[in-house]
Design a protein around this ligand. Structure first.
Ligand code: ZN
Length: 113
């Protein structure tokens, strides 16, 4: 909540409005995704836990052992959530979970990010 307040204080609402405007002007589009659990979700097996985030910088899944830089994990999850949301908006299906798709345990062993 402290981070949210500081972001609001920085006028990120205006930044988002400008980004949307510029993207449309240049033939792109802005896909807004809910940020919940994007930093806590394992991109390999889908396990969601605060314990996956060992430190601010390091992600280590407590379920499958996947390890990666925490910022990269967050970016992967946001990208997946954006793709899932965009696909669902096109098809008219229900909205997906915030952090994208969940994979079964059998997929974890073959995970390559
Ligand atoms: Zn995992």
């Amino acid at each position: 909540s402290g981070l949210n307040k500081s972001i609001l204080d920085q006028g990120w609402g205006e930044f988002r409005r400008q980004l949307d405007y510029k993207l449309v002007w240049n033939g792109g589009w802005l896909v807004v995704v809910p940020p919940q659990n994007t930093s806590r979700t394992c991109p390999c097996c889908g396990h969601v836990s605060a314990d996956n985030r060992k430190t601010q910088a390091q992600f280590a899944c407590v379920k499958c052992g996947f390890e990666e830089n925490a910022d990269l994990v967050g970016a992967i999850n946001v990208l997946r959530a954006g793709h899932a949301r965009f696909a669902c908006e096109v098809s008219g299906a229900a909205m997906p979970p915030a952090a994208g798709t969940h994979r079964s345990d059998s997929d974890a062993a073959q995970c390559r990010v």
